[in-house]
Design a protein around this ligand. Structure first.
Ligand SMILES: Nc1nc2c(ncn2[C@@H]2O[C@H](COP(=O)(O)OP(=O)(O)OP(=O)(O)O)[C@@H](O)[C@H]2O)c(=O)[nH]1
Ligand SMILES: [Mg+2]
Length: 433
């Protein structure tokens, strides 16, 4: 059943025409455009042309004005494109209306990212997550006559389980979705068991987090010889992977690679991938990898930080900023970055620069943690929340009281000590010989 999930389509390149829509609020036209080009190339498309469209207000039926949609159709057909790709998300109605007017398959931001994800999901978990996200995307689009998604024979949007029997009844999709949700829950439980085992082993967890293509996997490879695939395309890594990073002869951590972020990451996708991203919240610290060779690196920092803090609810106190690709960064920009972010570690993952300093920083971070047992009354949700937020919990038991074993940094330990009616037992110094 599960092997029927997403398949990689061996088709030749699909010819596409890009519609880059920007508003006053858009970050910048050049970023929108560059990113859409990268996404389209990552989805193995051949780009035939591009139209930049400034939008003052959204037309509920078409997103754009009708005149613009017609212009898009003319331009796209002139360049012999087979599909339109938008940098924004379209409602099912808008998508179908645009297809009716243009006669071209219409791919929005979510569908494009889903397509890239489906190419890069190799683990069972990754495939299930992508399939679930695709079906949830497809379901509201099966109404009425349906959109081109259900008519064309190949290319973006038709990959995956939906493509074989496109006229599959909604009921079957519903059943499949509930099956996949169960599978994900099962995997999630298993992941928790593995995580608990790992925690017992005592090696702290450190996650690699950051914008897509910032160099997370390259860094993992350089630090641990993991030999994982890296590429200039976006969302190369979908499956989380942990590898031992030997900081020095008696200190090791488990380093986790995770799926990259992007601005306007479709919320459904994030939702589906949350179980994978849970490793971040379970980590002692996360290395926030930033491509400092990009002019807009600060905007990218904000995007990743807001996903970490607001969507994944992980405290930014755990962040270790890593500015990567210093080998190709503009020297003036680098001086600016150093002055503004003095705590950031500067590295070149590709050329093994700055890695010792990074190891030092992480060593300092993890060895600052102590293993403690915290005992408090069952009603003390405040203490429990505090420990969830600021410590790495090893185990929780409760009889008449809560007993929580966890790794806690000194700064949080001193805050905990100030809380009333909380007893703290110091088991051992963690990670110290
Ligand atoms: N010049 C230079 N290129 C780098 C460096 N680190 C990574 N790269 C390149 O940047 C591209 C992206 O690297 P990845 O390691 O795949 O990036 P990632 O963050 O894992 O990306 P996703 O898995 O897609 O989120 C690749 O082409 C790498 O060779 C670096 O230090 N210097
Ligand atoms: Mg990667």
């Amino acid at each position: 059943m599960l092997s029927r999930t997403v398949e990689i389509n061996p088709r030749a390149l699909e010819k596409v025409f890009l519609a880059v829509i920007f508003t006053d609020k858009s970050a910048s036209l050049s970023r929108e455009k560059e990113e859409l080009v990268s996404l389209a190339l990552s989805a193995n498309c051949r780009i035939c042309g591009c139209l930049e469209i400034f939008l003052r207000s959204i037309n509920p039926a078409l997103f754009l004005g009708k005149g613009k949609v017609e212009e898009l159709a003319i331009e796209a057909k002139r360049s012999q494109a087979e599909a339109l790709i938008f940098n924004v998300n379209l409602s099912p109605g808008q998508q179908s209306n645009i297809e009716q007017i243009t006669g071209l398959k219409t791919i929005d931001r979510t569908l494009l990212i889903l397509d890239i994800f489906s190419r890069h999901a190799f683990s069972r978990e990754g495939k299930i997550q992508v399939e679930l996200a695709r079906l949830e995307y497809l379901l509201p689009r099966l109404k009425g006559k349906g959109i081109m998604l259900s008519r064309l024979g190949g290319g973006i949007g038709t990959r995956g389980p939906g493509e074989k029997k496109i006229e599959v009844e909604r009921r079957r999709i519903f059943d499949r979705i509930s099956r996949l949700r169960k599978d994900i829950q099962w995997i999630k439980n298993r992941r928790e068991i593995l995580r608990a085992r790992r925690k017992k082993s005592g090696a702290p967890l450190i996650s690699l987090v950051g914008y897509t293509s910032s160099g997370k996997t390259t860094l993992l490879n350089s630090l641990t010889s993991a030999g994982q695939k890296t590429s200039k395309y976006l969302f190369t890594t979908l499956d989380p992977l942990g590898r031992i990073w030997q900081l020095d002869f008696n200190q090791q951590v488990i380093l986790f690679d995770t799926v990259g972020f992007i601005h306007n990451l479709p919320s459904k996708l994030l939702e589906t991938f949350k179980s994978t991203l849970e490793e971040i919240s379970q980590s002692e610290a996360f290395l926030h990898v930033v491509d400092v060779s990009r002019d807009d690196f600060e905007a990218l920092i904000s995007i990743s930080r807001s996903i970490v803090a607001e969507e994944l609810k992980v405290s930014l106190d755990k962040e270790i900023l890593v500015f990567n690709k210093i080998d190709r960064a503009n020297p003036e920009m680098l001086d600016y970055a150093k002055a503004k972010y003095p705590r950031a570690v500067l590295v070149s993952a590709l050329f093994n620069r700055g890695l010792d300093e990074l190891a030092e920083k992480v060593k300092h971070y993890v060895s600052d943690s102590r293993e403690v047992e915290v005992v408090f009354n069952i009603g003390r949700q405040d203490v429990l929340n505090f420990l969830y937020k600021h410590s790495r919990i090893i185990n929780i038991s409760s009889d008449s009281k809560y007993r929580v074993k966890s790794f806690l940094q000194e700064k949080w330990l001193s805050k905990l000590k100030k809380m009333q009616n909380v007893s703290i037992k110091y088991d051992s110094f963690t990670n110290k010989k």
